[in-house]
Design a protein around this ligand. Structure first.
Ligand code: ADP
Length: 470
């Protein structure tokens, strides 16, 4: 069977690195070759020119021109074997007067043949040229010869073979081409090894990360690297991600436990009632009584599910709210009628506005005032305030009721959390109200906090960005 997790030997990343290494190598190879050819060419040519120049200077000492005729002085250099035979170091000498008439030619020219003689145009002391004679490549130098009146009477041309030069160049190019496949192979092997080596810590981290699943989300990547190092940052980023996932997955599983538990209670009550009534024939009143109890449990389930649906709608909403409404309008139209008969003071600024969901803020205020009523005894006073302070719109719901313990001030916003006072005191509720409130307030870019009221009770403080109407 094929192993699905088998890693390919050459991943795309390794191939990409090898490709770029080869491309860079080729560029370097090409430039270094061009550079070598240019430099070698210069050095070899300079050497030939230096040799020609030295030889010309020795020759100039061995003859002079008088009355248009060459006069040899003492020992004549041109009797040397380099001027009489043709070997790799041979010199070919020609002297022609300004009319082009040959005054002198070295002996080896007879067996070598003609060498083209171009009269120098700008008459420098030494003029060097590359020329071809038959199949031979030559380097030549021209120099003017002066007569007894110090006038140019003739030109001297001295030539040497460039064979040595060409063979050195050929050797360089051949050497490079011959080595190319080996160097290429070496580059490929070295790049693969380097790429694999530099990616091996990354693979280590990937392997550890692969082994962390939903079942062991508390496991973390342990890899020794400085937090500023790329691998250290990758390790920390992944570990932070796992921590966030762990928290969220735990929350989800806790939430579904709670939700099932909360729904199970009314469902079990309905089941018990139905089993009891169906056991035998009952009176009409007994049926009515059971149906009423079933209806109450049904209402409980509807309330729970409705709250959960609203939470889910507002927590997944990425809506940008455009609606702007007056807080006093929400209070007058939707809150005061619901809480008629309760001891509630409304201190609402007249020109305070909110941007968001009208229905959302209605649910928020209803829940907070309902809690204030629920957790206060004997219809004690409740105050609802709204004011604009420092560019913020602040809404406060103050009561003089049971108050909330310091350690519970965070927990009360969790779904299904109810304090001992609520459960023990038999106060109706499902622990969803404040979670609902927080979700809606957050969706409207606001925040919520809870403080102790003085001398007793609780203050819920909502803060929203204030909206200015010109
Ligand atoms: P419920 O009221 O259904 O229990 P909530 O989410 O509205 O659920 O409130 C969560 C808990 O916060 C309540 O159980 C209660 O302990 C506490 N609480 C909320 N509002 C007040 C208040 N005004 N005074 C005292 N305790 C409060």
């Amino acid at each position: 069977m094929l192993n699905k997790n088998k890693k390919p030997l050459f991943t795309d990343t390794v191939k990409r690195i090898v490709f770029w290494d080869i491309a860079i190598f080729f560029m370097l190879f090409l430039t270094s070759n061009i550079f070598t050819v240019i430099i070698t060419n210069k050095i070899l040519t300079d050497n030939l020119d230096e040799r020609l120049k030295n030889e010309v200077e020795t020759l100039l000492d061995s003859f002079r021109i008088e009355k248009g005729i060459i006069q040899f002085v003492g020992y004549s250099e041109i009797k040397e074997p380099d001027f009489t035979t043709i070997n790799s170091g041979a010199f070919f000498l020609q002297v022609k007067n300004t009319n082009g008439k040959t005054l002198l030619g070295s002996d080896n020219l007879k067996s070598f043949g003609t060498i083209p003689f171009g009269v120098p145009s700008n008459k420098p002391r030494y003029q060097f040229e590359n020329i071809t004679a038959g199949n031979h490549k030559l380097r030549v130098v021209y120099t003017p010869l002066f007569n007894e009146h110090n006038k140019i009477a003739a030109y001297l041309q001295l030539s040497v073979f460039r064979t040595q030069y060409s063979s050195i160049m050929r050797k360089i190019i051949f050497f490079n081409l011959f080595n190319l496949p080996f160097v290429l192979l070496l580059i490929i092997i070295v790049s693969i090894i380097l790429a694999k080596k530099s990616y091996s810590p990354l693979n280590k981290i990937i392997n550890i990360a692969e082994n962390i699943s939903a079942n062991n989300l508390n496991a973390r990547i342990k890899y020794n690297a400085h937090p500023n190092d790329e691998l250290g940052r990758l390790r920390d980023t992944l570990n932070n991600l796992f921590t966030r996932l762990e928290i969220q997955i735990n929350q989800i599983s806790q939430f579904s436990d709670n939700a099932s538990h909360q729904l199970m209670t009314p469902l079990t009550a309905i089941k018990t009632e139905l089993e009891y009534i169906l056991k035998r024939q009952r009176t009409l009143d007994e049926y009515k009584d059971t149906l009423t109890k079933v209806s109450i449990q049904n209402d409980k389930m509807i309330t729970i599910i409705k709250s959960l649906l609203i939470i889910s709608r507002y927590s997944s909403a990425s809506e940008v709210y455009k609606n702007v409404f007056k807080i006093s309008h929400v209070i007058d139209e939707s809150i005061k009628p619901v809480f008629k008969g309760y001891n509630i003071d409304y201190l609402i600024c007249d020109d305070c506005y909110l941007r968001g969901s009208y229905e959302g803020i209605q649910i928020v205020l209803e829940n907070l005032i309902d809690n204030a009523v629920k957790y206060s005894a004997n219809n004690s006073r409740i105050t609802v305030k709204a004011e604009d302070i420092d560019g913020k719109t602040i809404i406060k719901i103050e009561d003089y009721g049971a108050g909330i313990r310091g350690d519970e001030k965070e927990k009360i916003f969790e779904r299904f959390y109810r304090s001992a006072i609520a459960t023990g005191g038999n106060i109706k509720g499902y622990g969803l109200g404040l979670s609902l409130v927080k979700t809606i307030v957050t969706a409207m870019e606001g925040s919520i906090k809870v403080e102790d009221n003085i001398p007793m009770g609780t203050v819920f403080i909502l803060t929203f960005p204030s909206v200015k109407i010109e």
